[in-house]
Design a protein around this ligand. Structure first.
Ligand code: SAH
Ligand code: SF4
Ligand code: F3S
Length: 445
């Protein structure tokens, strides 16, 4: 059956920051093709569901989302499933959900226009190739306007093969984008209004490349080059792996004020036996020693982490080691997850899968511990004078929300400043998830 060519599009992203970045690039690609963005999915001729495969729940959500893609008059938009579910399940998706017209993986989305043509002509439109030529060389340039805080993918894929994780399969091998391509894109983002850039990669601190002079560089070299970019006030990067935390990057935190004092360094578990079973290739102790060195370089750095509870075989004593590493590290914020068995990963076949009720209980205990640390970190910033980058409106009229250097959300009330401004504030109060600030008076004059 043929369809009429879509004129409007809506991209909905469900995954990590790299997935959000891909969603932006797909939107820009469709706009370059002359299509216009629609605010709501059901108002669009084409909906791109940019999916995440990391946990079972994320996948379930996609199928219920596909089911909801129906307008009141019974018609539906053209549906493209992109992202990591597309990569993992391929043509199986359109077999399971007949209303899906296009399936496109995260390394093939530059071919979306051709796939739309196929779908319009009623041909099967599935592309989960990982072509040798990078999509980045083919995608159009960045949009002319962007948000104050922008994402820039510098590294893709993962070679670490943690035994629970699908990313090495959905994103492929670790690849670093070239130096010049990154600097060009950063310049374009700053020209489009970005004041802050977050460099993205599944293992962003494993980025390697060569500068203009052909010298070998790591992520710290890239940060130093970006620091010189006029108009770029803040640099961040995520996600890092403990084993790729070089002294050079720690030194960059000590020496470069535009590199924000924040490090997301997932540890996953506090137990050496579990870390080994996870194939994390670092121990509890080596992780804690890295944290010590990072703090020696930048004493006020805010630390963040990811945790998995209920990995196969996790005993109560091993779980308690996770609680104690939270207390020892004094995190500013953390993400914690129940282990989710992913088909095709080694952990899915391990003995000792943990009952859901026990995982729930462990997750609650861990989150209570994390909340205590988070509140303590936030309270310790009360009375500090700092800068926030205003990113969005608050819930109440007149409120604006910005991010502190430590990635805390700070709510202010001010009329003469707006989204995209860097504003000096005094932190006046703190809760577990946000702070309130008072704009420093001299700026108002
Ligand atoms: N590359 C990053 C992030 C990977 S995905 C890293 O190595 O840290 C983000 C987080 O999802 C992981 O850090 C992990 O905590 C969680 N995660 C990944 N696979 C999972 C699974 N099968 N079950 C539960 N949580 C998982
Ligand atoms: Fe997944 Fe481990 Fe790679 Fe992170 S380092 S993406 S958790 S395999
Ligand atoms: Fe999810 Fe893929 Fe990111 S599985 S976490 S969207 S890399």
């Amino acid at each position: 059956m043929t369809q009429s060519p879509p004129k409007t599009y809506h991209v909905k992203s469900f995954g990590c920051q790299m997935n959000v970045y891909d969603g932006e690039r797909m939107g820009e690609l469709l706009a370059a093709r002359g299509m216009t963005a629609a605010d709501e999915s059901l108002d669009a001729d084409l909906v791109v569901l940019n999916t995440c495969h990391i946990r079972e729940k994320a996948v379930d959500r996609i199928y219920s989302e596909i089911g909801r893609m129906k307008r009141e008059d019974g018609s539906r938009p053209m549906i493209a499933v992109a992202g990591c579910v597309a990569q993992a399940e391929g043509a199986e998706i359109s077999r399971r959900a007949k209303t899906v017209d296009i399936v496109v993986g995260p390394q093939a989305y530059h071919r979306l226009p051709g796939l739309i043509d196929d779908a319009v002509a009623g041909r099967a439109a599935v592309d989960t190739d990982m072509p040798a030529a990078s999509k980045f060389e083919i995608l159009p340039g960045r949009a002319r306007r962007t948000s104050a805080s922008a994402f820039l993918t510098v590294q893709e894929g993962c070679d670490k093969f943690c035994t629970y994780c699908v990313v090495p399969y959905t994103r492929g091998a670790e690849v670093s984008r070239p130096w010049n391509a990154i600097l060009d894109e950063a310049r374009a983002l700053v020209d489009a209004g970005a004041k802050e850039i977050t460099l993205l990669g599944q293992n962003v601190n494993a980025w390697t490349g060569e500068d203009e002079a052909g010298r070998a560089q790591g992520l710290d070299g890239l940060v130093r080059a970006l620091d010189k970019l006029p108009g770029l006030a803040r640099i961040r990067y995520t996600t890092s792996h403990p084993n790729d935390m070089t002294q050079g990057l720690m030194d960059a935190h000590a020496e470069i004020p535009s590199l924000m004092p924040f490090l997301h360094l997932p540890v996953q578990s506090g137990s050496d036996r579990i870390l080994k079973a996870m194939n994390r290739s670092h121990s509890r102790d080596s992780y804690l020693r890295i944290i010590e060195r990072v703090r020696a370089a930048r004493p006020d750095i805010a630390l963040s982490g990811d945790f998995i509870v209920g990995f196969p075989g996790e005993s109560d004593a091993e779980f308690k080691e996770t609680l104690s590493i939270v207390a020892e590290t004094r995190y500013a914020q953390c993400f914690s997850f129940k282990y989710s068995s992913r088909p095709g990963t080694p952990a899915a076949d391990m003995d000792g899968q943990i009952a859901p009720e026990l995982m729930d209980e462990r997750l609650q205990r861990l989150q209570a511990a994390i909340n205590r640390e988070q509140l303590a970190f936030n309270q310790a910033t009360i009375g500090k004078r700092t800068q926030i980058l205003l990113e969005r409106k608050g819930r109440q009229a007149g409120q604006l929300i910005g991010k502190s250097p430590w990635l805390q959300s700070v709510v202010i009330e001010a009329e003469d400043v707006g989204i995209g401004d860097l504003v000096e504030v005094d932190i006046v109060s703190a809760g577990p998830n946000s702070l309130t600030g008072a704009v420093v008076a001299h700026q108002r004059a």
